[in-house]
Design a protein around this ligand. Structure first.
Ligand code: ZN
Length: 241
């Protein structure tokens, strides 16, 4: 991780992570958490456990928030408060409807990304505040449905939270092991076409193994370069630069 200038104006400087750094840290956190809670590492992660993961590092988690005033497509909010732990709100539309469970799971893990990787920037001591040039001000980020699993790279906060969402629900070593087995090939040979039958079979296995939507599984496989979407304009999920 390194600090670079924040062109969105939220902070003077912001953290830049290589995807592999996020993958390794998320896998470490998730494996440790599951081992401590359940005695072993098994997937899919239970939905309840995802909220416990947030509660460990947040002051408040409201699972039944009315976020309709922020726009129809806002499903989660993380509020960063200087010197305090963050506060997280999840739309009640997701928590109250069991048909929305996959969306609830991705929204929880997306907000966990903000809690784990961004909230510490608001808990800075005076020394760190000097490095940022000023103390960050209180801020809320409203997370829209289309950015939960993958956001354009110009919005670094949403991009990183989207990456974390996939990395927590579908840890990289587990996905790669499934991919090697399903595709029956060495992944170093390069990605397979996202529209192929083999890619479709692999997406189905991820959906089953990790309790995610086909869309979330597909985005995760593209980010890990296991499959590639070769359609024009499909580079939406390019890494954070
Ligand atoms: Zn977000």
């Amino acid at each position: 991780m390194k600090y670079i200038r924040d062109t969105t104006g939220r902070l003077s400087q912001r953290p830049h992570f290589e995807p592999i750094e996020l993958d390794r840290e998320c896998e470490r956190v998730v494996f440790e958490f599951l081992r401590a809670k359940f005695g072993d590492v098994r997937f899919p992660i239970p939905t309840d456990a995802l909220s416990i993961l947030i509660e460990r590092d947040a002051d408040e988690l409201d699972m039944y928030a009315d976020l309709s005033g922020l726009g129809a497509d806002v499903e989660g909010v993380t509020e960063f408060v200087p010197g305090q732990k963050p506060r997280v709100k999840i739309s009640k539309r997701l928590s109250e409807d069991s048909r929305m469970e996959n969306r609830l799971r991705t929204t929880l893990t997306h907000e966990f990304g903000h809690v784990k990787f961004h909230a510490p920037l608001w808990q800075v001591d005076t020394l760190t505040a000097d490095m940022f040039g000023k103390r960050p001000e209180r801020m809320s980020i409203s997370c829209k449905r289309e950015n939960i699993v993958g956001a354009p790279e110009y919005d670094w906060m949403e991009w990183q939270a989207g990456y974390v969402c996939g990395a927590v629900l579908m840890p990289h070593t587990r996905v790669k092991a499934l991919a090697t087995d399903t595709l029956n090939k060495d992944l170093r040979q390069g990605p397979v076409d996202a529209s192929s039958t083999a890619a479709g079979n692999l997406i189905a296995r991820l959906v089953d193994s990790f309790q995610v939507s086909a869309d979330a599984a597909r985005v995760r496989l593209i980010k890990l370069k296991v499959i590639a979407d070769r359609r024009p304009g499909a580079d939406l999920f390019a890494p954070d630069r």
